[in-house]
Design a protein around this ligand. Structure first.
Ligand code: XMP
Length: 506
């Protein structure tokens, strides 16, 4: 495997994605907190950073003791970090170097640049530049303005590059990474969904033996894939619990429960609708609603888990972005903080946690799910918030409002599907507004509620753009909702992006 040591760059996860696209397994660790280097580690990549090595509190680490034993590739700040500790000098650039550049000079025959043509476009993003190098260094690539675009330390496998090979604007970036990983580190490109499944299932079998595991299914991609992997390993010793909180989409509980049973999972559907509605009665503050739902879920789940005799483990669908330790950009004494979802185990359950997906990114979870033969309807499903429709009903949640919203939402989602746009939208949903407005239906004056349609494009939910859905489609959806859903006489479309808005309304 490859270790990626993180100095706090926004691109660190992207480097990991690129390495894995080359079917090579890698892990991200904070620069000052990495694991034992055993023989499974074939090389190290040092990430970029928002810091300058000249800053007093910069995150710095001297890798010199590894130069003779392990291939190292420093990217941007990572390269400057290497130069800094080995007799080089890093200064503020006279002009900020940001954007496209071309490698006018590339050293002939250097293994890092195999099949990278001279003139190749690369992406620069740095305020500092390496102005001089230690005596053992050689320059292996330059652009018109950046003399040290890439260097090599003689008699070692240590390289530094000033540009970002992980972004697609670096045209031959993937080739360069492949050269480093395969030719220089000697990695074998055999990490695929199938090999992941094989090793994970074998590992789970060994770890769990004859133990029983309980797992909460949500209908989402992560918990479903985690369940199927565990099922392959331990079969009927996996006890799945799928809670109907009364806040799911229309008919979702029944249809998803059905697919789970079809997959052969040992799953119990629990109707807890009333417990959730009771807890939500009278609450209008979004955070109080969220807390109430979280509390009731834990109570219901715990009741169910207690019905399984001698259960030892709690299965969870935690994925890699949730467990990557982030580098606190406060310098070398950086405290390492974990994501708040990790260890989300209530104390009183006292179970050990098993998380078969905690090394995978979201798109990899989908690929593994596909290789496991899971229903494409489950794998391709839009993200749906844990508190469900409760945060799409502004103000107090009542079963009547849920029923109205479910009808309107079903019309919306079915139309997105039949128009062939469902898969192009990252997330869509309908919001029940606490607003009544006047309308006319026939000769009658109405005074009813408004629903809002939301559809966004996004990569990870952190930022999002509203989707430009075709007017004809919006017109059809609006008509169908107003004509068929009693209680709604007006439909609006949300044209706000995130930031400054958010995807949900609460
Ligand atoms: P926002 O509204 O913050 O949403 O732009 C970003 C993503 O997070 C989801 N979301 C939640 N998911 N519990 C969840 O499990 C929540 O309380 C919650 N709030 C928002 C939202 O659906 C979107 O995908």
């Amino acid at each position: 495997k490859i270790l990626i040591l993180d100095f706090g760059s926004q691109f660190t996860q992207l480097i990991a994605r690129r390495v894995r696209e080359l079917n090579i397994y890698c892990e991200i660790h904070p620069f000052n907190h990495f694991p034992e280097l055993d023989s499974s580690v074939k090389g190290i990549v040092l990430s970029g950073s928002p810091y300058s090595v000249r800053q007093e509190d910069a995150p710095l680490f001297d890798f010199a003791k590894y130069h003779k034993t392990l291939p190292i590739l420093g990217v941007c700040y990572g390269a400057q970090n290497i130069a800094h500790f080995n007799g080089g000098e890093v200064m503020k650039s006279s002009s900020r170097e940001y954007g496209r550049a071309n490698l006018q000079y590339i050293e002939k025959g250097n293994p890092l640049f195999k099949n990278v043509p001279s003139g190749s476009q690369v992406w620069m993003s740095h305020a500092d530049t390496i102005v001089s190098l230690g005596k053992d260094f050689e320059i292996i690539a330059s652009t018109d303005t950046v003399k040290v675009a890439a260097f090599h330390i003689k008699d070692t496998q240590t390289f530094g590059i000033q540009f970002h090979p992980e972004v697609t604007h670096s045209i031959d970036g993937k080739q360069l990474l492949e050269n480093f990983l395969v030719d220089i580190c000697g990695c074998v490109q055999d990490w695929t969904p199938d090999s992941f499944i094989e090793t994970t299932v074998a590992g789970l079998k060994e770890k769990l033996g004859g133990d029983k595991v309980v797992l909460g299914l949500s209908g989402g991609v992560d918990s479903s894939v985690a369940a199927v992997l565990l099922h392959h390993a331990i079969g009927k010793n996996l006890y799945c619990i799928f809670v109907d909180n009364g806040l799911l989409r229309k008919d979702e509980f029944e249809s998803v429960l059905d697919s789970y049973k079809h997959m052969g999972l040992n799953v119990k559907g629990v109707d807890a609708k009333q417990r959730f509605y009771d807890a939500l009665a009278g609450l209008t503050d979004p955070e109080k609603k969220r807390k109430a739902i979280g509390r009731v879920f834990i109570e219901v789940f715990d009741d169910e888990a207690h019905q399984v005799q001698d259960v030892k483990w709690l299965g969870q669908g935690t994925i890699y972005p949730d467990v990557i330790e982030s580098v606190s950009v406060k310098g070398p004494s950086a405290t390492i903080k974990s994501h708040h979802n990790v260890g989300g185990l209530p104390d009183f359950m006292k179970l050990k946690v098993v998380e078969p997906l905690n090394t995978l990114f979201k798109d990899e979870v989908r690929k593994v799910g596909k290789a496991l033969g899971i229903d494409p309807n489950i794998l391709g499903r839009h993200p749906f918030p844990g508190p469900g429709l409760a945060i799409r009903i502004l103000g107090e949640v009542t079963p009547q409002k849920v029923a109205i919203l479910q009808e309107a939402d079903a019309i919306y989602i079915n139309n997105l599907r039949s128009a062939g746009v469902y898969d192009k939208v990252w997330q869509a949903g309908t919001i029940f507004l606490p607003v009544q407005s006047v309308g006319v239906m026939g000769d009658e004056r109405t005074y009813e509620n408004v629903v809002c349609l939301r559809a966004v494009e996004s990569l990870d939910g952190m930022t999002a753009d509203w989707c430009h859905l075709p007017y004809d489609l919006l017109a059809k959806i609006s008509n169908e909702i107003i004509n068929n859903v009693k209680g709604i006489n007006r439909v609006v479309y949300d044209i706000s992006s995130k930031p400054p808005a958010t995807i949900e309304w609460e």
